[in-house]
Design a protein around this ligand. Structure first.
Ligand code: KG4
Ligand code: ZN
Length: 347
């Protein structure tokens, strides 16, 4: 089955053609970072306008790269949330229009769930379930137990900022452009992480919850204590110390959850999983052999993960979604698979 995936939740317009949930024929992405970098974050109204301009040519590009035409597409999958309302509406309306015009079904996909699915598709490796899913992106930070595609048990999430958001905000404090994650990672390579004693967020009575706003405030106070303008060496030390604590918290809780919830593997997804220091930290804790990451191009926002997961959703919901489906700016990670997997299995 050929699925056309559409992603427009935030500041990337993306279109992809995926065969039967796994085989990526094209993965076109139009990034808007040039548009938002001067604001230090995403400017929602500008994001929606850029989606409107970019989406039709991107569909043509994705079809051409895949070597297929619209009439061969059998399902449209679209990210229905969570995300920015104006941005979501663009993708959703295009998906509905294509579905109507072509007489084929469409399904709305949870963007956060798709980040986890990205680690399951196209890897070639067998993943033993249950696994711990770790979504670390600009909008989300959560831990979940994965029993199968479409079957999850929530463990914990952030109570305030997402980890990627913390990277972006700390980058602003260090005068680095948006998106801050890759900038902090690059700068941290030249810094000594032991020179600032930052502490991870702790939530009394909940070992699985994350909090990054306190860490961000510790960085703010450290910056204020330094003579201005800060030297690039000072910035590098702060970046390294922040990164070590923020990522260390994720590695620590993921490994603890693996033990506590009897999981066989850890699946990472979302933009922050691109961070090489994060992967190194998992390896330092001997987690390399059961750690599954999406292929590089599927770590940041993309439509291949939407098309891939959409294929599975259609199996559970023949006929797809109704045309009155509305976008959701907030959206919990819910199970939808008909039968939970209870024994050890694999994908
Ligand atoms: O998954 P994503 O593309 O979008 C959301 O769904 O939010 O993630 C974007 C986030 C941004 O906050 C960005 O700063 C962060 O991922 N990010 C990184 C790295 N690359 C992207 N954070 C840390 N290290 C990186 N190398
Ligand atoms: Zn995302």
């Amino acid at each position: 089955m050929l699925v056309l995936g559409i992603e427009s939740t935030c500041d990337e317009t993306a279109v992809s053609v995926v065969r039967s949930g796994r085989h990526i024929l094209s993965n076109a992405i139009l990034s808007q970072t040039d548009l938002h970098s001067k604001y230090g974050g995403v400017f929602p109204e500008l994001a929606s306008r850029r989606h409107v301009e970019g989406i039709a040519p991107l569909i043509e590009e994705a079809l051409a790269t895949a070597g297929v035409n619209l009439q061969q597409i059998e399902l449209i999958a679209v990210a229905k949330g969570p995300g920015l309302i104006g941005s979501l509406l663009v993708g959703l309306h295009v998906a509905k229009a294509l579905s109507l015009a072509l007489g084929i079904p469409f399904v709305g996909v949870n963007h956060v769930e798709a980040h986890l699915y990205a680690a399951m598709m196209a890897t070639g490796a067998t993943i033993h379930l249950p696994a711990i899913g770790v979504v670390i992106s600009g909008g989300h930070t959560l831990l979940t137990r994965i029993l199968g595609v479409g079957h999850y048990e929530s463990i914990g999430s952030t109570l305030d900022d997402a980890v990627g958001e913390a990277f972006d905000k700390v980058a602003t404090l260090l005068d680095l452009p948006y998106p801050g994650g890759p900038e902090i990672e690059a700068l941290a390579k030249h810094g000594d992480p032991t020179l600032y004693a930052f502490k991870p967020g702790k939530i009394r009575g909940n070992p699985w919850a994350f909090s990054f706003s306190g860490l961000k405030t510790q960085v703010l106070y450290a910056v204020r204590k330094e003579p201005q303008p800060m030297s690039s060496a000072t910035k590098a030390h702060i970046a390294a110390a922040f990164q070590e604590v923020a990522l260390g918290d994720i590695v620590h809780k993921s490994l603890l959850a693996k033990e506590a919830f009897g999981a066989h593997a850890i699946l990472l997804g979302g933009g922050v999983s691109s961070n090489l220091r994060l992967q190194e930290m998992f390896e330092e804790r001997h987690a390399g052999r059961f750690l599954h990451l999406p292929p590089t191009l599927l770590r940041l926002d993309n439509a291949a993960m939407i098309a891939g997961l959409g294929y599975h959703l259609l199996q559970a919901k023949p006929g797809g979604d109704a045309l009155d489906l509305v976008p959701m700016t907030r959206m919990p990670l819910c199970s939808w698979a008909p039968s939970p997997v209870t024994e050890r299995s694999s994908v």
